[in-house]
Design a protein around this ligand. Structure first.
Ligand SMILES: [Fe+2]
Length: 381
């Protein structure tokens, strides 16, 4: 009854909108203003992120050969309507190539009943391949501390061999601090996504500067992970990658934070997760290489100065820690305190990590293409 009434009402308004739907559909399409890009791909999931110029709802169409899936998010039973879109796709098969496109449908006015809609815009189809615990080799490219320097980002992106790299890993401090959505795109994600090959994922380890500023609390919505956390593990062929969040570099009660930081319980949760993960992950146990990627190479500020983390890394037989934060390169071989190699990547450098079942290699290049360091680690078993 209501539908018929609204259809009649719609007819009486004129021709500003299509009349095949029981609600108003105006002749207006959203424009994709950022992305889409792939955030935190794993062997079974990925988060797709993009923006539109006007409020819309969103879905991803995923193709696996002849099979087509439509993934439409909901939050507390409602389809999100906004300009930033995150669609997390789960249940993927490891090592499988998928094609995807995003669909954004304009919502003109969110009325309680019969909201006014618009038309849809699709992104160009692109493909990606999920990580595969079984693959023989893996390669990923690492940058860090880009600190809002878009020319630096452009130089480093051009140095990545996109044909052979499986992922881009950013080790944090993309910003001085976070003020706004526009800054977030303009100073980091826009030039980064523009420099990346379509279908390659971005993995991100949060830096200390990303905990600062009025927009810091929104960052996770732009670099989401299927797990919903800044720390996570990835199974990538011979490498078991642990991406950690080293949070701030000073105690929570330092005056500059004005009692707004609570990293102590946060890091305790992270350590508990890490301990459980290394204890139960079969891939972690079997992988020829265990790599920790994080912002601060000394685990960040912690009440015990990181002693529990170092002990766990030693016990878990971590092979390599790769980090940033210092803005200059350094390398420390395993010693009596640390059972693992520690490589700190400089600000204007690109590290290319490659691993086979037998050997892991890290090649560090300056932004002029000059080799700064080469590290070779043989598999332990
Ligand atoms: Fe830093």
């Amino acid at each position: 009854m209501k539908i018929a009434w609204i259809a009649l009402a719609a007819l009486s308004v004129g021709t500003a909108y299509a009349q095949s739907e029981p609600y108003k559909v105006f002749d207006t399409k959203p424009v994709i203003t950022e992305g889409p890009f792939l955030s935190a791909l794993s062997d079974t999931a990925v988060s797709v992120v993009w923006m539109t110029d006007a409020p819309s709802h969103a879905k991803v169409i995923l193709r696996d050969g002849d099979q087509v899936r439509e993934i439409e998010p909901q939050v507390d039973g409602l389809v999100p309507v906004g300009q930033r879109h995150v669609v997390t796709v789960t249940g993927l098969t490891p090592g499988r190539r998928y094609s995807y496109e995003t669909v954004s449908t304009r919502v003109v006015k969110l009325k309680p009943y019969w909201p006014d809609k618009g038309l849809s815009t699709s992104s160009a189809a692109a493909s990606f391949t999920t990580f595969n615990p079984q693959q023989e080799r893996v390669s990923f490219s690492v940058v860090t501390d880009t600190h809002e320097d878009t020319a630096r980002i452009g130089r480093l992106m051009k140095m990545v061999d996109w044909g052979s790299t499986d992922a881009l890993l950013h080790l944090g401090d993309a910003f001085h601090w976070l003020d706004s959505e526009e800054q977030l795109w303009a100073k980091w994600l826009r030039p980064t996504v523009a420099g990346m090959a379509p279908g390659k994922p971005l993995l991100f380890a949060r830096g200390n500067h990303e905990l600062r500023g009025a927009y810091a609390r929104q960052l996770a919505g732009y670099v989401p992970t299927p797990e919903g956390s800044y720390y996570y593990a990835r199974t990538m062929g011979p490498v078991h990658l642990l991406v950690l969040d080293t949070a701030e570099d000073k105690p929570d009660d330092t005056n500059v934070y004005a009692q707004l930081n609570r990293t102590v319980p946060y890091r305790a949760d992270e350590l508990a997760w890490l301990r459980a993960h290394v204890g139960r992950s079969t891939h972690f146990a079997m992988a020829p290489f265990r790599v920790v990627a994080m912002h601060q190479g000394d685990w960040g500020w912690l009440p015990d100065n990181g002693a529990a983390w170092t002990a766990l890394a030693n016990q878990a037989k971590v092979d390599l820690v790769i980090a940033g934060h210092d803005h200059e390169f350094s390398y420390h071989a395993p010693d009596r305190e640390h059972g693992y190699h520690r490589l700190i990547l400089g600000q204007d450098q690109l590290a290319r990590v490659e691993a086979t079942q037998r050997e892991l290699t890290v090649r560090v290049l300056s932004d002029k293409g000059v080799q700064v360091h080469q590290l070779r680690i043989p598999a332990r078993h």
